[in-house]
Design a protein around this ligand. Structure first.
Ligand code: SAH
Length: 359
């Protein structure tokens, strides 16, 4: 969270220390002629002490600190705006070193603090109800840029009286995380590291619009991450109209990959189902959904579609939402309605975008 624009100038040619996992950092310090243990010292400063500049790493020799400042950076983004919702949700808009912007959201629940990070600038998936995709994909974020979003929010929490931790992380900001697989996994491994933030894999949720090969790859890696699948429809015609990716991998193939994921990891899956007024939200759809998920160990998160000015989808009436959940429950499907946060600051699902002031 730096105010001085000059500080992130040149961030593109410097090494981003947050872009290195623990072992990478150990190797890197050795490559510049330092003993291996300096890697651990730096990692500790970054993730345990959460310093905001290299000068604060006071157990490093002065000369090495100077060298480090020449070669590397730990701040590549600048806070442009910070909006606070009436429900306590906070949304940041960051400007990255190349002038692109992304958003990050902190949600406060009774069970802890959850942070929603972006994985790409914009998105190319083209889902018709979502604001993040309106301008297409600009670029992938580096793992370090995803880490930096989280670290900035943790530093914000550190500054509060009760200094709470971030307890869970969701990759549900702008972008399709499975399209940026390697960088996203670098992020996961870095925040998971025992020498650092120690956020457990089970407390990290990756949401995907349904990139089947990536779901299988993640299954084979047997990580304990929570998978969330944006399903949103029970029939291919409807899903393809809402989510172009469905033309590449249809519902049957997507659900097969989910079964595979569960078999490989032993983890249950979350399905996100946005209720879009008049399109996928009547009881017939609830029954079809129950049929599709009958033999899948899962939880369904129903999300009444959120307002995006460029789209004019209507929300499902409350009674109908209740009836939809009850029908799923009656048919043995574990389902709840997601409690929406940050509506008034356009920080809810599908409202994140890469522009300022377009609420
Ligand atoms: N690209 C990933 C990550 C985005 S997560 C994915 O598609 O899963 C954001 C979640 O919000 C997804 O489930 C997405 O489908 C959902 N979403 C997008 N726009 C929405 C809207 N207007 N209302 C409710 N949910 C929406």
């Amino acid at each position: 969270m730096i105010d001085d624009k000059k500080e992130n100038a040149g961030a593109d040619r410097k090494v981003h220390l947050l872009n290195m996992e623990f072992e990478d950092l150990e190797k890197w310090v050795q490559s510049i002629g330092q003993p291996k243990f300096r890697g651990k010292q730096i990692f500790t400063w970054l993730y345990k002490d959460r310093v905001t500049d290299i000068d604060a790493m006071t157990n490093l020799p002065q000369k090495f600190r100077e060298q480090l400042k020449e070669l590397a950076t730990i701040n590549t983004m600048r806070e442009v705006t910070r909006q606070v919702s009436t429900d306590g949700t906070i949304k940041w808009l960051w400007e990255l070193y190349d002038g692109s912007t992304i958003e990050t959201v902190l949600m406060r629940h009774d069970y802890g603090n959850s942070v929603c990070v972006s994985s790409q600038v914009g998105c190319r998936m083209g889902c018709t109800f979502c604001a993040s995709t309106l301008g297409g994909l600009v670029r992938n974020l580096s793992g370090g840029e995803v880490v930096e979003q989280l670290l900035n929010v943790q530093r914000f929490l550190d500054g509060e009286v009760d200094a709470e931790r971030v307890s869970s992380v969701v990759l549900m900001g702008s972008g399709e995380p499975m399209e940026n697989y390697d960088e996203v996994m670098k992020f996961v491994d870095t925040i998971n590291d025992q020498n650092g933030l120690k956020i457990g894999a089970r407390h990290i949720t990756i949401s995907t619009s349904g990139l089947v090969p990536a779901i299988k790859r993640l299954a084979d890696e047997k990580r304990q991450i929570t998978m969330a699948i944006s399903l949103h429809a029970t029939r291919d015609e409807i899903r393809s109209a809402l989510m172009p990716i469905n033309r590449r991998w249809g519902i049957a193939e997507l659900l097969d990959s989910c079964r595979y994921y569960i078999a490989q990891t032993g983890r249950r899956i979350s399905f996100e189902y946005a209720l879009v007024g008049g399109q996928n939200d009547d009881l017939a759809h609830a029954r079809e959904l129950a049929g599709l998920l009958a033999n899948i160990d899962c939880h369904v998160n129903l999300i009444p579609v959120n307002y995006v000015p460029e789209r004019n989808y209507t929300r499902t009436p409350k009674d109908q939402i209740r009836a939809f959940v009850n029908e799923l429950n009656r048919l043995g499907v574990n389902a709840t309605v997601r409690r929406e946060k940050g509506h008034d600051i356009a920080a809810a699902c599908g409202q994140l975008r890469a522009e300022q002031g377009r609420i």
